[in-house]
Design a protein around this ligand. Structure first.
Ligand code: SF4
Length: 107
């Protein structure tokens, strides 16, 4: 399993009943682009453009709220790469710090 597929598997956890309606199904390359692509975009100063495509998928997703709640309470969410719940890794970390629970544990 590649890193992308692992991230996709985490994003679409089988025990999440809403996953079947996720707009990102089959869009792993957009939601979680390969690291060399991220680095190249970062070097060019266009990383935000890379994430915008993924965020646009989230913004039209019928299970956005469920996903956002899930990912913000996910153990190990800081290790989840790519965009999830409409947020990049850094945005999720920032939001978690803002809420005052840097690594909330869930079952
Ligand atoms: S909000 Fe984004 S990451 Fe979450 S299920 Fe929908 S499309 Fe996928």
């Amino acid at each position: 399993m590649t890193v992308d597929h692992a991230a996709e598997a985490i994003r679409l956890r089988v025990d999440q009943p809403w996953r079947e309606r996720a707009a990102c199904q089959g869009r792993g390359q957009v939601m979680d682009p390969p690291m060399d692509q991220v680095r190249a975009a970062r070097d060019l100063g266009i990383e935000a453009h890379l994430w915008r495509d993924a965020k646009e998928i989230c913004w039209t997703c019928p299970v956005y709220a469920e996903c956002r709640t899930w990912v913000m309470g996910l153990r190990g969410a800081d290790d989840l790469t790519g965009v999830c719940g409409g947020l990049t890794e850094e945005e999720r970390r920032r939001e978690r710090r803002r809420r005052g629970h840097p690594r909330k544990e869930t079952s």
